[in-house]
Ligand binder design. Structure first.
Ligand SMILES: C[S@@+](CC[C@H](N)C(=O)[O-])C[C@H]1O[C@@H](n2cnc3c(N)ncnc32)[C@H](O)[C@@H]1O
Length: 235
């Protein structure tokens, strides 16, 4: 019998999400079929993407990870026509909804990938190419035994540091105090970033962050909301 060598086995990647497909509405299904070819980025690119060629210009790039139904990304894209926007999400109904809105609002500055950010970013995004990254209300994984599934961890922040331009801005928000404190600790300890709000402080709510469904849910639960803004070191 053949004994697999555990040292040689690839480490199983801990996912920060559970793929709950939910039900796609017929309109979302239609949007995925007809609009994803137009606004979608490859799910498994063989080389890093040439974003200037994809958007047809050299505008600054904003990346949103886990955009949900796309409320923040749409607001950003609509109010910043001189900025390009990439959205990553694994939830297909959310992607379908966003595609419908991109088309309805005739936005030319948004592209999306239905992909896990942890494996997609290293394949798809060139170093020092993203100006702004936003991660709003990432899944809190609030039970102690699930904390390891949180997206904001040192290894993931290393990857964000790689893709961001010097002085690029990382915006985070959560309504789970324990996760907010974890984010602050991880970011403060990271040598690639400095706290735009001052050492050890949470940030005021950024004007660009609209109220999303998840924030509303947090409000109903009586949760405070914590914002963080960090800048990529210039050296
Ligand atoms: C709690 S929801 C928040 C959605 C949205 N940001 C908002 O504020 O309404 C978190 C989202 O992150 C997505 N997500 C979690 N891990 C992800 C990953 N590794 N890559 C892409 N999306 C992810 C989930 O599918 C989910 O839709």
């Amino acid at each position: 019998m053949h004994d697999p060598d555990p040292a040689a086995a690839p480490r199983r990647h801990i996912r920060s999400f559970v793929r709950r497909e939910g039900r796609l509405t017929p309109a979302q299904q239609q949007a995925l079929a007809t609009l994803l070819p137009r606004y979608g980025l490859p799910e498994q690119p063989s080389t890093t993407l040439d974003c200037n060629a994809i958007f047809g210009n050299r505008h600054p790039l904003l990346l949103e990870i886990g955009y949900g139904n796309g409320a923040s990304l749409l607001a950003q894209a609509e109010s910043n026509p001189q900025q390009n926007h990439i959205g990553l999400e694994v939830h297909r109904p959310g992607a379908g909804h966003l595609l419908q809105e991109i088309e309805r609002r005739q936005l030319h500055n948004v592209r999306i990938a239905i992909a896990d950010a942890a494996s997609w970013l290293p394949q798809a995004i060139a170093s020092a190419s993203i100006d702004t990254v936003q991660v709003f209300f990432p899944d809190p994984w609030h039970k102690k035994r699930h904390n390891k599934r949180r997206l904001i961890q040192t290894a993931f922040v290393d990857e964000l540091a790689r893709i961001m331009v010097p002085a690029g801005r990382l915006m985070l928000a959560t309504d789970w105090q324990d996760y907010a404190e974890h984010m602050l600790a991880v970011m403060t300890a990271h040598p690639g970033f400095s706290n735009a709000a001052g050492a050890g402080r949470f940030s005021p709510r950024p004007d660009c962050r609209p109220l999303t469904r998840f924030e509303q849910r947090g409000q109903r639960l009586g949760h405070d909301v914590f914002d963080l803004q960090f800048l990529r070191h210039t050296s």
